[in-house]
Design a protein around this ligand. Structure first.
Ligand code: ASP
Length: 347
């Protein structure tokens, strides 16, 4: 058996915090010392190396430039390790996992995000199980020397999810993430059970790492009472190129004249408008109701079952990379990394 190597990248967040003896506040943990503090990691049949970002951050501060840096780091170390675990604050972990899934094309190695609700130093911490199993998944290869997981995953509280399908759903429970529109890829109990039928098709292409994201995007969540002036203030932002519209139910929005005119004008002005639902589960279907049909007529892209996290990062990705400039709308509709239900659409 080949001994696998895993690189653990600490970006910040609760998982890497310990209580400072003097001040009592949470301060970043020195991951170089990880094996001494968590001797159980020695039982894993792999070598673990750690890399801590220069300035670990609370994930509320994460920016697209950090996603590009992280993708760059993974590219730099890609050939040197068999798998990667990224320790990240839970608050924006789903955004980062989604962004990385788009930036890394043709992944053949596991990139597993995890974090925790309690610091690693807390005696009731959830960090240890999350970390140990994430490392186990990142080092898991089959007998033909292929990584079991060849995509960006997010492991939390006994479940491995496709990263770009996740949403943070709870700020207190250990079960902090959910993937409402796609089943978990693996579950850990007494055994670690992979659901191989859910894995993406394997390909032999070389890893491609994209280098750009376009931040000229916005999200509008509809609510009864949204006014024309507020909608227009956003749509008229200079340089705006893409808009995620979080609509009701199966993709429904008001069919009031002012609303239809504003969205129609945005589309005419070249802004790509993507419709995702506010419902945690289910999908946008423009053909169900007249108010949904209206969206299709206006040229709004149906985001089907994408999460908002996946939709906004996909929009930044598609708008940012020239490869897609002639087909950006089509790319938003189709499945790039397992983020959207794969079916030829009638939209
Ligand atoms: N605020 C923290 C963060 O996202 C919370 C966490 O790590 O869970 O960085």
């Amino acid at each position: 058996m080949i001994k696998r190597t895993v690189l653990l990248i600490y970006t910040g967040g609760t998982i890497g915090m310990i209580k400072d003896k003097d001040s009592g506040t949470l301060v970043p943990f020195n991951f170089d010392d990880l094996l001494n503090r968590m001797p159980e990691l020695n039982q894993l049949d792999c070598d673990i190396e750690t890399f801590t970002l220069k300035n670990p951050i609370d994930s509320s501060n994460i920016q697209p430039s950090d996603w590009l840096d992280l993708a760059g780091k993974l590219e730099e170390f890609y050939d040197d390790y068999d798998g990667f675990v990224i320790l990240h604050g839970t608050d924006t972990m789903s955004y980062t996992a989604s962004a990385l899934s788009f930036l890394l094309e043709n992944l053949r190695k596991p990139v597993i995000f995890t974090g925790s609700q309690l610091p690693i130093s807390d005696f009731r911490t959830d960090a240890k199980e999350n970390l140990i199993t994430a490392i186990q998944i990142a080092s898991d290869y089959d007998n033909s020397n292929n990584a079991i997981i060849q995509e960006v995953g997010l492991y939390f509280e006994n479940k491995l999810y496709r990263g770009n399908r996740t949403t943070k759903i709870n700020s207190e429970h250990f079960e902090a993430f959910a993937s409402f529109n796609y089943p978990s890829l693996a579950e850990s109990g007494v055994h670690l059970n992979y659901k191989r039928h859910l894995f993406p098709e394997r390909n032999q292409e070389k890893l491609k790492v994209y280098k750009k994201l376009d931040q000229n995007v916005a999200i509008i969540r509809l609510f009864p009472g949204l006014t024309e002036s507020i909608l227009d203030a956003i749509i008229n932002i200079k340089g705006l190129k893409g808009l995620i519209l979080e609509t009701y139910g199966s993709g429904n929005a008001p069919n009031k004249e002012w609303f239809v005119n504003s969205i129609g004008r945005a589309v005419k002005n070249g802004i790509i408008v993507v419709n995702v639902t506010q419902c945690p589960a289910g999908m946008v279907d423009h053909s169900l109701y007249e108010v949904g049909l209206q969206m299709r007529k206006l040229g709004v892209v149906g985001g089907r079952d994408m999460t908002t996290e996946a939709a906004i990062t996909k929009l930044m990705f598609v708008l940012g990379n020239e490869t897609f400039s002639n087909s950006s709308e089509k790319c938003l509709r189709i499945n790039l990394r397992g983020e959207i239900k794969d079916r030829e659409e009638k939209f």
